[in-house]
Design a binder for this molecule. Structure first.
Ligand code: CU
Length: 354
């Protein structure tokens, strides 16, 4: 009798079998199977204007990954209504509702397969939070990311317990604060990574200095309203440069604690929030520098990305599902969930962040 309760295999991984991967919107016949996400539930607090993406519950033994980590890598949900998201935060609790240390949340990332990225013809990344990320909340009237009813959202969660204390029934709640009224500025997230265009974003750090960069241009003119970055231990600095205009848009060093661990990155609001326009006719370069003093290579120890919010000056093109890079990127993301050993890189990432 028990076996009847077990869901048949498939779900989100079935999307990888056709030649062209299409992540279905909620109206598509494929959607219900793909969206059968065992560790994801949606709650809606209409009074507080909050949509809650609830991931879990899972147990977190000491010094290990969460149980059911494979299922958490990518789960599919569909946005239940039209909304502009202007803020977000993450909450962690255990089975008794007690707080769980934030450091067990390696990351919770969201991707919008129905929307395009600013710099690449791939699925747009939405909210991403790590252990060090702080909650963000813009005034509802000012700016928000427009989510459309029924659009798919891929939710990637990694929980990892670096402490000696076991936690049971752990849940991560990603709380999205929204408004139903169009704000002054419609915004979206962007990112530029030294490992673009797709694939794993981690890279090895041999002993000594490693400098990496990537060049590209946005698809449309866009006003960058705010930006920050993500780096790992042993990072020295990173910068975003306009090669065409020959000027530095942003340069930052990570803030670290006494042990050298990155605790935060500076946030920049160009021109007091009025923003800085980037152009498709200009080339931009992200560069990051690391210095590894340990004398041995740190596998997948490096990472460097700039992320932030922008408002398009001209509308972003529709997503081109057939684009080879879009396909490669979706296959990479879902492969982390569905390919045997696909989690290897993510596990390594967690291990060295301990
Ligand atoms: Cu990282």
């Amino acid at each position: 009798m028990r076996a009847l309760d077990v869901e048949p295999a498939g779900g989100i991984c079935e999307l990888l079998s056709p030649a062209t991967v299409v992540v279905p919107a909620s109206g598509d016949p494929l959607a219900p199977r793909a969206a059968r996400s065992p560790y994801l539930r949606l709650f809606h607090d209409r009074g507080r204007h909050e949509l809650v993406i609830d991931v879990g519950p899972v147990d977190l033994p000491p010094h290990s990954m969460a149980e059911h980590s494979e299922e958490l890598v990518y789960q599919l949900m569909h946005v239940p209504f039209d909304a502009w998201v202007h803020g977000y935060r993450a909450e962690l609790s255990d089975a008794q509702g007690a707080r769980v240390p934030r450091r067990v949340l390696h990351h919770i990332d969201t991707t919008r397969p129905a929307a395009r990225d600013l710099f690449l013809p791939v699925a747009q990344r939405f909210v991403a939070l790590g252990a060090e990320s702080e909650a963000q909340n813009l005034p509802a009237w000012l700016a928000g990311v427009r989510l459309r009813r029924g659009e798919p959202l891929l939710v990637s969660t990694m929980l990892h317990n670096p402490t000696a204390t076991p936690y049971s029934g752990v849940r991560v709640r990603l709380v999205l604060q929204y408004t139903e009224t169009r704000p002054l500025r419609e915004v979206a997230g962007f990112r530029v990574d030294v490992m673009f265009p797709t694939g794993p974003m981690e890279f090895d750090l041999p002993p000594g200095r490693t400098v990496r960069s990537w060049d590209g241009s946005p698809a449309v003119p866009a006003r960058i309203l705010g930006l920050s970055g993500h780096l790992h231990r042993y990072a020295e600095w990173m910068e975003l440069r306009d090669l065409t205009a020959r000027r530095v848009i942003w340069r930052a060093r990570p803030r670290t604690d006494a042990s050298g661990e990155v605790t935060s990155m500076p946030v920049s609001l160009p021109h007091l929030g009025l923003g800085r326009v980037v152009y498709p006719t200009h080339r931009y370069r992200i560069t990051a520098s690391y210095f590894n003093p340990t004398g041995h290579t740190i596998p997948e120890g490096g990472m460097a990305k700039v992320g932030g919010i922008f408002t398009p000056v001209a509308p972003l093109p529709e997503v081109a599902v057939g684009d080879p890079l879009y396909q490669a990127d979706i296959r990479h993301l879902l492969g982390l969930r569905c390919d045997p050993g696909g989690m290897g890189g993510m596990m390594a990432h967690a291990a060295h962040s301990e």
